[in-house]
Design a binder for this molecule. Structure first.
Ligand code: NAD
Length: 467
């Protein structure tokens, strides 16, 4: 059995300290893993800095071979990694298995991209070339909702571009990434990938480290703002994927029966702990009652429980802090609106909240105005499309949004005016490694995934030859 070591300079290293990881389905200690000291963080950055000298000069095909080899490792060990993921994060085993294979697919996607030199001008007077060079040591900082999938947003792109990486796990979900580190130790050149765990105490140090040239961060907007301040001192590159309060707008010509399952999935996947989850649902008054009823039926039929058990649709909240926050928001919402499904916090161990639908609620309440990041969905009534759009846009975040309608032209107009990094029609979020993903306003800076996501790990360089 693994004792979950750190990965530093190609070696499995026992942490100078330890960290207890809680299984959110039963609140018991699942494992005690390695926790890095500041000295070990510095060793990881030094290893990445040294490895960069060689790795950055390798051909892109050599780098792709390593990224493919990591994908192979993920797939070959999917059963074990999914078990760990379910137990540390809480998600049902089928979702965890999907996450491991999805992560492998993200690694493979990036191997399909290239960074060819682009010739901007080739005339009698000059030849101008555009190159994309690596940046150096990248710090990749992870949240707790998708401990492996989000690693697939950062690691393959950083590596293919020629950077080396120090990845820091989230303090409550370090195990799957640490185990992956152990498994890839012999397929990645030493120092190219380093994986460390902390107790929420090393993020600032890693971000501020003078040898880190770029920070790729996923987490809350508050911490993202700290990352940006810290990176400002040495003008480091940053990509910030932050929070959201994503709105869905259901127009009067949508069919609640047809769309309810997809809307529910958009809002409740991963127990609502998704940056791009549907977090506010605006529904036209003419179909409001029907939509609420359809969603409530699905919520009532959903089984919650330990993700390792068969037939569980939703797992617990990932950690106690989040559990307490969602319970508080739920208690307020019960006073401010009408709960039509869920609302209960089962009297059992584990951070469980039943999927909850709240109707007759509007702006001015925490459930509508804040990012709940949990399985509680407010359904808000509207009578005029333009007004719904204005209310959806009146938000400090703008990660994703969705429009639901049987008339695509009508939906398209609203989608075009919605202020968000991604707007989907008749589906929500629809993540794909080939589609760039990033937020507007306080949802982030920069882009992950797709060719744009690869380019974020590069420095543009022009070579201009006079003739
Ligand atoms: P968080 O901001 O608390 O923590 C994220 C990571 O930052 C952790 O690894 C943490 O240890 C680290 N950290 C803490 N202080 C730091 C500092 N000063 N400098 C650098 N790193 C530091 O977020 P969380 O609670 O883990 O995740 C939930 C939040 O993340 C939600 O708001 C959610 O919307 C957001 N999220 C966004 C996306 C996206 O792609 N936009 C994806 C997943 C989660």
């Amino acid at each position: 059995m693994s004792n979950y070591p750190l990965l530093i300079n190609g070696e499995s290293v026992t942490g100078d300290e330890t960290l207890d990881v809680i299984n959110p389905a039963n609140e018991k200690v699942l494992a005690t893993c390695s926790r890095a000291s500041e000295a070990q963080l510095n060793q990881a950055v030094q290893a990445a800095k040294t490895a960069y000298e060689t790795w950055s000069t390798e051909s892109i095909d050599t780098r792709k071979a390593v990224v493919s080899a990591i994908a192979d490792v993920l797939e070959a060990n999917a059963t074990e990694l999914a078990q760990i993921l379910t137990q540390e994060q809480g998600k049902p085993l089928a979702d965890a298995t999907g996450e491991v294979h999805g992560t492998a697919a993200f690694f493979r996607y990036f191997t399909s991209l290239n960074l060819d030199v682009k010739v901007l001008d080739d005339s009698d007077n000059r030849k101008v070339e555009l190159h994309r060079k690596p940046l150096g040591v990248v710090a990749a900082i992870m949240p707790w909702n998708f401990p492996l999938l989000l690693l697939g947003f950062k690691l393959p792109a950083a590596l293919i571009a020629g950077n080396t990486v120090v990845l820091k796990t989230a303090p409550t979900t370090p195990l799957s990434a640490l185990r992956l580190g152990e498994l890839i130790k012999d397929v990645v050149p030493k120092g190219v990938v380093n994986i460390i765990a902390d107790a929420n105490d090393l993020g600032g140090t890693l971000t501020a480290h003078p040898d880190v040239r770029k920070v790729s961060f996923t987490g809350s907007s508050g911490t993202g703002s700290k990352v940006m301040s810290s990176a400002a001192t040495l003008l480091k590159r940053i990509t910030l994927e932050l929070g959201g309060n994503d709105a869905g707008i259901v127009l009067d010509d949508a069919n609640p029966k047809e769309i309810a399952a997809k809307v529910f999935q958009g809002a409740f996947w991963n127990s609502g702990q998704v940056c791009a989850a549907l977090k506010r649902l605006y529904v036209h008054e003419s179909i409001y009652d029907e939509m609420v009823e359809e969603l409530s039926t699905i919520a009532n039929e959903t089984t919650i429980g330990d993700g390792l058990e068969q037939g569980v649709g939703l797992g617990p909240l990932q950690n106690k802090m989040q559990f307490e926050k969602v319970k508080e928001i739920l208690a307020e919402a019960a006073e401010q609106g009408t709960i039509t499904a869920g609302g209960e916090v089962p009297d059992q161990a584990g951070y469980f909240i039943r999927p909850t639908i709240v109707r007759d609620i509007a702006e001015g309440t925490r459930l509508v105005d804040e990012e709940q990041f949990g399985p509680v969905l407010p359904v808000i009534k509207f009578s005029d499309d333009a007004d719904a759009l204005k209310r959806a846009n009146d938000c400090v975040w703008g990660l994703t949004g969705s429009i639901w309608s049987s008339n695509i032209d009508r939906a398209y107009k609203l989608a075009n005016d919605m202020d968000a990094g991604t707007v989907t029609i008749n589906t929500h979020a629809a993540l794909d490694p080939s589609i760039p993903f990033g937020g507007s306003k306080q949802s982030g800076i920069g882009t992950e995934l797709g060719e744009h996501g690869l380019h974020e790990f590069t420095q543009l360089k022009v070579i201009n030859i006079a003739r």
